[in-house]
Design a binder for this molecule. Structure first.
Ligand code: UD1
Ligand code: CA
Length: 458
């Protein structure tokens, strides 16, 4: 029987170099706090408990994580990584193994972490190391006859030790009862006056516990974020990973370097995505969908065969099959478009249901509306859904034709097959099958002369 896994995420550091009032681990990568990425990894590994050690920024960290599967432990003052681990030890069970992760190291693959956990479950200490061309600042892995004997921090290292390129990532896994014994033995007699978690390596070796090292597949899996520049660099790496996965799944990306996915994007077959699109939250795109340049889709489902032209923004909506949207359309929350719906340029749709074959092609606002099938809405149509205090619904039944520049003052119903003349301000229900219009009478003043500019003298 393998011991259960508990995960400790250290996240108390201030992150001075972020130059921000927001705690470092709450800065977002791909739309999600750095800490959220690490918590996701913990969940993916099946941790029985995930414990977050927080400090700088106070309650902002537990408050903004709002995840009741997490245990939060305050490290009021930061006296080093060993001291941080110590704060959480009373919360950990004696017969588990503990994996230590960092709230500011967001991109570690679970396949990189699993062997460390397996090593700990086999009674060893699993340690993640990496060879760096420029190891400055990191703890160095000291080996004798190939076996790890200890870690020496950069500030405590001799010139010979500083030449070592194998460094400590900080990520390790070990039996919790060992961790409890060894953390209690740590001293802070070092260059930084801190309790170093890394000192448990030498203790493990002394107690006869084997140290088994593993390395990540990619160096960036163990990179931490200490500055906005590093955050931006990891964002690009992560976005590239997402883009490669989409390409592998058969999606055509006009430029994989100009795509941003901040959430999850699931695509069907033969989907084409042009440059500079942003996908946020949960987005599902069906077979054969084409997304033009510079579109933003947030929490959207798009059914098969729909084409979304450039500069279209869709937020919290369900888009049906074979629709044509954009360019420059805005679809707001609560909207459902059925089949073969056309929404054109400078059209805003909010909280409305539009049925099969209806077209709103130019310069219109349709809000709080239920629209039937094969309705044609002329350019410049406005549903007046708001009286300054309350919102009202507009109902437009099947096969209605609305002339251009029409205002529908809700609550109002336009009956099936009705026609509204251009320029109508509709304040009462329009009967089915009839032409309804409100229009000032047209007249001509014959002989009227246009004013002329008076000539300036000289
Ligand atoms: C640590 C390691 C070093 C390793 C490097 C990798 C130690 C002593 N050194 O050094 O071997 O190469 O990480 O990046 O462990 N933290 C707390 N509370 C504290 C101190 C730190 O929560 O009291 C957290 C920080 O928020 C950060 C992480 O622990 O996420 C690492 O702390 P940091 O001070 O950056 O350690 P390094 O000096 O970089
Ligand atoms: Ca660091």
């Amino acid at each position: 029987m393998h011991s259960i896994l508990e995960i400790l995420i250290l996240a108390a550091g201030k992150g001075t170099r972020m130059r921000s009032d927001l705690p470092k681990v709450l800065h977002r990568l791909a739309g999600k706090p750095l800490l959220g990425h690490v918590v996701d990894a913990a969940h993916a590994l099946g941790a029985a408990q995930t414990c977050v050690v927080y400090g700088f920024g106070g309650e902002a960290v537990p408050q903004s994580m709002a995840d009741d599967t997490l245990t939060f432990v305050l490290q009021a003052e930061q006296h080093g990584t060993g001291h941080a681990v110590k704060q959480a030890l009373p919360r950990l069970s004696d017969d588990s193994v503990t994996l230590v992760l960092y709230g500011d190291v967001p991109l570690t693959h679970t396949t990189t972490l699993q062997p460390l956990v397996a090593a700990a479950q086999a009674g060893k200490l699993g340690l993640l190391t990496v060879n760096l061309a420029h190891p400055d600042g990191y703890g160095r892995i000291v080996r004798e006859d190939g076996k790890v004997t200890r870690i020496v921090e950069h500030k405590d290292a001799t010139p010979a030790e500083r030449a070592i390129q194998e460094v400590n990532t900080g990520i390790l896994a070990v039996a919790t009862r060992h961790l409890k014994q060894w953390i209690a033995e740590l001293k802070n007699d070092n260059a930084q006056g801190e309790y170093y978690l890394t000192d448990i390596i030498a203790l493990a070796v002394r107690k006869g516990v084997e140290v088994e090292t593993h390395q990540p597949a990619f160096e960036w899996e163990v990179l931490g974020v200490n500055s906005k520049a590093q955050l931006a660099a990891l964002e690009r790496i992560h976005q590239n990973e997402i883009a490669q996965a989409l390409l592998d799944a058969g999606v055509t990306l006009m430029d994989p370097a100009r795509l941003d996915v901040r959430g999850s994007l699931v695509c069907g077959r033969d989907v084409v995505i042009d440059v500079n699109c942003v996908f946020e939250g949960i987005v599902q795109v069906g077979d054969g969908v084409q997304v033009g340049a510079n579109c933003v889709l947030r929490n959207v489902t798009v059914a098969a065969g729909t084409r979304i032209d450039a500069f279209t923004l869709i937020d919290d909506a369900v888009i049906g099959e074979a629709n044509r949207l954009g360019p420059f359309s805005r679809i707001r929350p609560g909207t459902t478009l059925a089949r073969d719906v056309h929404i054109g340029n400078f059209v805003e749709i909010k909280n409305s249901q539009i049925d099969d074959g209806s077209k709103i092609n130019h310069l219109s606002y349709i809000g709080d509306t239920t629209m039937g099938k094969r309705v044609n809405i002329g350019a410049g149509t406005i549903t007046c859904n708001y009286d300054g205090a309350n919102k009202y619904r507009t109902v437009i039944e099947d096969e209605v034709f609305v002339g251009s520049d029409t205002q529908l003052v809700a609550p109002i119903t336009v009956g099936r097959g009705a026609t509204l003349g251009a320029g109508t301000t509709l304040t009462m229900d329009a009967p089915a099958g009839e032409l309804t219009l409100s229009r000032a009478k047209q007249f001509t003043l014959s002989g009227w002369k246009r004013p002329v500019k008076q000539k300036k003298e000289g």
